[in-house]
Design a protein around this ligand. Sequence first.
Ligand code: SF4
Ligand code: SF4
Length: 373
Amino acid sequence: MNKESNKIFDFLISDYIYLPYYKDYKINVKDGEYIYKNELLINNDKQNIYSSVSGKILGLTTLNNKKYIVIENDFKDKLKIRKGVKRYINKYTKDELTALLKKYNIISEEDVNSKVLIISGIAEYFEENVYSTLLVNYTRELLDTIDALIEVMNIRKCFLAISNSDQDCVNILLNNLGTYPKIDLKLFNYDFSIGNKYVLINKLTNYRHKNYGILYFNIKELMDIYTVLKKDISPSYVYLNLMGDLINFNRVIRVKKGTNIDDLLNEYKITNKDSVYINGLLNGIKLNNTNYIIDNDIRSIFISKDIFTQEQTCINCGLCYKNCPININPKYMHFNNDEKSKKYREKCIGCGICSYVCPAKINLRGVYKDDKK
Ligand code: SF4
Ligand code: SF4
C-alpha cells in the first residue's frame, strides 16, 4: 500500500468555527455563553444543528449571504455529558438505531423501512479520493457499520460499490470481506457518471429493489453513522480533498465542520485566491469569495492558477446533449431562463457529464447547481 497517498491530514487549528443559523429555527444559545461540543445550537422539528467544538459564542455574522453563529474555539472539545462508547454497534434495536440516526439528521422517517442498502465508495469527480482513503484507513469500522445497518434494519440486499482503479481499496476489501457475507461488493470501471447517486442506483437496482425502498449512503456519510452509533454524538469532522496546481499534491484533509476555507488557504500559504473551486473544476462552483464555510456537502477544494476561468464560446458540437443520461439539452438549460430551461433544471440530476464533455469548458452543470440554491 502506498502509505503517503492514503494518509489523512488534519487541519484542526481554526480559532473560529461558523455554524449555520436559520431564522425560523429555535435558538438554544446566547451571546457570550460557553458551549460544549455536541450541544444543540438551533433546531426545528426536522433538523438539529449541534456544535462541532467547545468554546464561547461570539454572536451572529453573515458570510456569502448566509448567516452563521460564530464560536471561539477553545480546542478542548469538551462534552457536557461524557458519553460511553458503545462496544458492539449491532446491539441496537431497530427503534433505537433509527431514533439515533434521525436525531443527527442522517435518515428521515421514509427511510426507516427500506430493504435495499447501497453504499457508494465511488468518487463524484476525478481525482477525488476521500471515500477510498476512508475505506483504506477505517476498513473494519466501516464494514462493521454496514453490517450493523443490515442486521438491525433488516436489509435484504446490500451493495458496496467501488471503483476498480482504487487498487489499495480493492485489495483491502477483498482481504476483509470474507467475514461480511451479506455485503455484495460491486466493482466498476471508473467513469465520471458512475459517482452520481442516481446513475449508480440505476445501475445496481431493478424494479423489485426499487419497490422495497432504497437507502443510499456514501462513505463519508457511513463514517458519520459509525460515529453516531459508537458514541451517540454529532459527527464534527468533514473529510475533503485539497488539490489543484497551487497545492503540491492532492491530499485528503480532516477539518472541523464550520471551518472557514480562507483559514485553510492561509495555512497552506495560498495567496492567489482568484480561482478556488469547490466540488470539481468543471462541474463545481467557483468561489467569488473564499470566506466560505465548510459543511458536509463539500467534497473537494480545487485551487488553480487562473487558467480555467475564461469561458470560451459554444462551438455547437452537440456533445453535451448527446451525453446527458436523462436526455435533456444542457446547453439550452445553461443559456436560457425560460419555462423550458426551468423544467430541464428540475429534471437535471447534476451528474456533470455535460460540463465534462464540453470542449469549450463551459460549466453547464454549475448553473443548475446555483439555481437550486
Ligand atoms: S444536464 Fe448535465 S448535469 Fe444535468 S443530467 Fe444532463 S448531463 Fe447531467
Ligand atoms: S458541449 Fe459545450 S461546446 Fe458543445 S454544444 Fe454543448 S455547450 Fe456547446
